[in-house]
Ligand binder design. Structure first.
Ligand SMILES: [Zn+2]
Ligand SMILES: [Zn+2]
Length: 434
């Protein structure tokens, strides 16, 4: 058995807001720098992309699909009737064509230029049944984001309600950029399901592709082995999940869906926590002050959950009533069974980390991650030390120090969970403090 670094959810230029430069060559270039061994095709049911993949991937006899020595798994994301996104993995092109044919009558955009992430008018259990019948694997995508996700506000609070009798055919749950194992294992009902941490990449660059990934322990880089590992059968398993600290995600804290300000609570000993009109509004935050900010926040989020809280900033500025929405942090508080995560024994460790480009950028205090200086240092790191994933996860810190002390220090803080973070929310990514 060997370890493979795997990213099982990306998109193609046939989904909106995806880079036009994303193609097999640019993807493979990034995979080699980062150390991604197995990557998803993205958008495999979209006809043009399907044909492109079929014409270019080299098919090996044991179900392996190769392009320039990088392994591919056929994959798409589908939006169901309940506006929930699901990640779908397929064993081969025959299965992809079969599923495409089955879903065509239920979708207006599946066969279109922009059908990369098709909307299919089937209930979650019906969609699960179709994917299963085609020999594929399916599970909820970015399960905790406030949009288009199974656990979003006013939607489901567990898997059973959503998938009903078809739940046994749901093989995994994708954590998404806004959640990790520590958040998800606060829900009792997720004890038995395997978690995936995938990038959901919309571009070919190293800040996007593989920004979250899984490490699988399998025999060969093909669909059958991935299937066995997800189901934890015959010794195959996922041995590591890696991804963004949820606090860096775009939807961590409560926010106003209109002005995108985040709602936070701070302690103020002079005031009573019942007085919720003690707040301050600035460009990015609405800060409430309370004697006990935790209790005040918990009471507040209950009202937000009921859809009862109006954004005070928008009310002042626009004279309109826009509602506050729960972030991932508050939503998990509403639907979790435990205050602290309880990891089942099969759960692999989770490492919270950000892409190396972002670390370099932060250390050098450079705004753009597309900066030439950052790019040069990144490539220099890879040349001297090997792949990005080995630098971030495996290489002794001492080795990294020999190239750059500052960067080595930040990587070490991430590995040990000692990084200071400014939380994200309302569509704005969080930031690390150095
Ligand atoms: Zn999605
Ligand atoms: Zn607002």
């Amino acid at each position: 058995m060997k370890p493979f670094n795997v990213d099982l959810h990306i998109h193609s230029p046939h989904s909106i807001s995806v880079s036009k430069n994303l193609n097999l060559d640019t993807m493979v270039e990034t995979c080699k720098k980062k150390g991604i061994d197995i990557i998803a095709t993205g958008d495999i049911l979209q006809p043009t992309w399907l044909k492109y993949m079929e014409n270019n991937l080299q098919k090996e006899k044991d179900g392996i699909f190769l392009y320039k020595n990088v392994n591919f798994i056929l994959q798409t994301e589908i939006e169901d009737k309940e506006n929930i996104h699901e990640v779908v993995l397929l064993p081969n092109f025959e299965a992809a064509r079969e599923l495409q044919k089955k879903l065509k009558p239920f979708s207006k955009n599946l066969m279109n230029e922009w059908g990369g992430r098709p909307r299919v008018n089937l209930s979650p259990p019906d969609l699960v049944d179709e994917v299963d019948a085609a020999g594929g694997l399916i599970g909820p995508a970015h399960a905790f984001t406030p949009f288009k996700a199974i656990f979003r506000q006013n939607k489901y609070a567990n898997l059973e309600e959503c998938y009903q009798d078809s739940l046994k055919k749901v093989s995994f749950l994708e954590l998404g950029l806004s959640a990790d194992t520590y958040i998800a294992d606060r829900m009792k009902g997720l004890r038995d399901i395997s978690f995936l941490s995938n990038s959901d990449a919309h571009s070919e660059g190293p800040t996007s592709l593989g920004r979250e990934f899984n490490r699988f322990e399998i025999e060969k880089p093909n669909f059958e082995e991935i299937d066995l590992a997800i189901k934890r059968q015959r010794g195959r398993k996922i041995i590591l999940n890696v991804g963004l600290d949820p606090r860096l995600g775009k939807y961590y804290n409560m926010f106003c869906n209109k002005c995108r300000r985040r709602i936070i609570f701070k302690e103020d000993k002079t005031r009573s926590f019942t007085l919720l009109n003690n707040y301050k509004i600035d460009a990015n935050y609405i800060t409430y002050f309370a004697r006990n900010p935790i209790i005040a926040r918990k009471n507040y989020q209950k009202e937000v959950d009921k859809g009862k809280v109006i954004c005070p900033a928008c009310k002042n500025e626009l004279k309109k009533n826009y509602k506050i929405k729960l972030g991932v942090f508050e939503r998990i508080e509403m639907i979790s069974d435990y205050e602290q995560p309880r990891h089942p024994s099969h759960r692999p460790p989770y490492i919270d980390i950000i892409p190396l480009v972002e670390i370099i950028r932060k250390v050098l205090n450079i705004k753009s991650s597309k900066s030439k200086t950052v790019e040069k240092i990144y490539d220099d790191f890879i040349d001297k030390l090997g792949t990005e994933f080995s630098i971030l996860i495996d290489l002794p810190i001492k080795k990294i120090s020999e190239v750059n002390k500052e960067i080595a220090k930040v990587i070490s803080s991430f590995r040990t969970g000692n990084i200071e973070i400014l939380t994200g929310g309302g569509g704005v990514f969080g930031e690390i403090k150095i």
